[in-house]
Unconditional design. Structure first.
Length: 105
């Protein structure tokens, strides 16, 4: 999939789940950045299950959001069952910066 990312957002009083689909790259990372700007004082989980590719600009977007949300008192977690989507995160060694997913039982 190329072009725009697709988002599904679910909210409760204490958490937000943002499901993302598509390629998270230099062209689409600003879309995710824009969505993540709306959240700060709660637990946010970004579900990357339907993301087929993440490049360094996509990772940078997640890291900037993590820093901003954490400094504001919130938490940012990421999840994915697709190893290829998380390989950029794992290769760079920043996986431990993201909170444990509060939505996983």
């Amino acid at each position: 999939m190329t072009g725009a990312l697709e988002f599904t957002i679910s909210r409760s009083a204490t958490w937000t789940l943002i499901s993302v689909a598509g390629e998270l790259n230099a062209a689409t990372a600003p879309e995710l950045h824009s969505i993540l700007q709306e959240f700060s004082l709660q637990s946010v989980t970004v579900d990357l299950h339907a993301v087929t590719f993440i490049d360094p600009s996509g990772l940078a977007t997640l890291l900037r959001a993590h820093e901003r949300i954490t400094l504001a008192g919130g938490r940012l977690a990421i999840r994915s069952q697709r190893p290829s989507a998380l390989s950029t995160v794992e290769i760079t060694g920043v996986t431990d910066r993201f909170a444990d997913d509060p939505l996983v039982a």
